[in-house]
Design a protein around this ligand. Structure first.
Ligand code: GDP
Ligand code: MG
Length: 195
């Protein structure tokens, strides 16, 4: 078995294997590597315990999972955060990735200030693609790993990301503080989905 096959769990498929006839609402998780996208998906949609996400392998390419969440069928897309996968998502796979999206979750590791500028660049590209292919789609920014920020610094952290990402230019975009170890994560996902 090749390294790549080894990485792919049974229920996963690479996006290249998809046909267009998918059902369920589509959610897209985007963000730089190691920000917590796959962990969020496992905790929220697969009922995994947060601790079990420590050391999960980096996501290869784009992965899709069909899940049931609060009686809704959802197609959850997890885009590997390495720059090559992001670039592929924004170029070759652009239309299939960004079409028919109900909600885009842009995940930021709140504790890694040095990455905010490059994250912002991908955020803006994501918004442009969403506007083009899924103008009805909702965008939320998850200021994630908030457990690593002290309670009194959290508000400041949200303001900082809001400022760097220039979120005041995107009145329809909401930002939520989240952590896989806190209830905030489920609250944010439910709000984004209008549940
Ligand atoms: N402290 C903390 N660590 C997290 C959180 N979410 C994910 N992680 C950890 O961050 C690392 C990278 O997560 P992963 O889901 O692989 O990131 P991805 O590359 O964006 O898919 C893992 O060790 C996770 O356990 C969080 O809310 N708080
Ligand atoms: Mg991942």
């Amino acid at each position: 078995m090749s390294y790549l096959e080894n990485e792919i769990a049974d229920e996963d498929v690479l996006i290249r294997d998809l046909d267009k006839s998918e059902f369920g609402s589509k959610l897209l998780f985007l963000g730089l590597a190691q920000t917590g996208k796959t962990s969020i998906i496992q905790v929220v949609f697969e009922n995994k315990a947060p601790e079990t996400t420590e050391g999960i392998p980096a996501t290869v390419g784009v992965r899709r999972k069909l899940v049931d969440f609060s009686d809704i069928s959802l197609n959850v897309y997890d885009v590997g955060g390495q720059i090559t996968y992001l670039e592929e998502a924004f170029v070759d796979l652009r239309e299939s990735i960004f079409s028919r999206i109900k909600a885009l979750f842009f995940v930021v590791d709140t504790s890694r200030h040095d990455d905010f500028e490059i994250a912002k660049m991908y955020f803006r590209r994501a918004i442009r693609n969403l506007n083009e292919y899924s103008p009805e789609g909702k965008t939320v920014v998850l200021a994630h790993k908030m457990d690593l920020v002290s309670t009194k610094e959290r508000e400041k952290a949200i303001s900082f990301i809001t400022e760097i990402f220039e979120l005041e230019d995107y009145s329809e975009v909401e930002i939520f503080e989240t952590s896989i170890y806190e209830k905030t994560l489920m609250d944010a996902v439910e709000k984004a989905l209008g549940i």
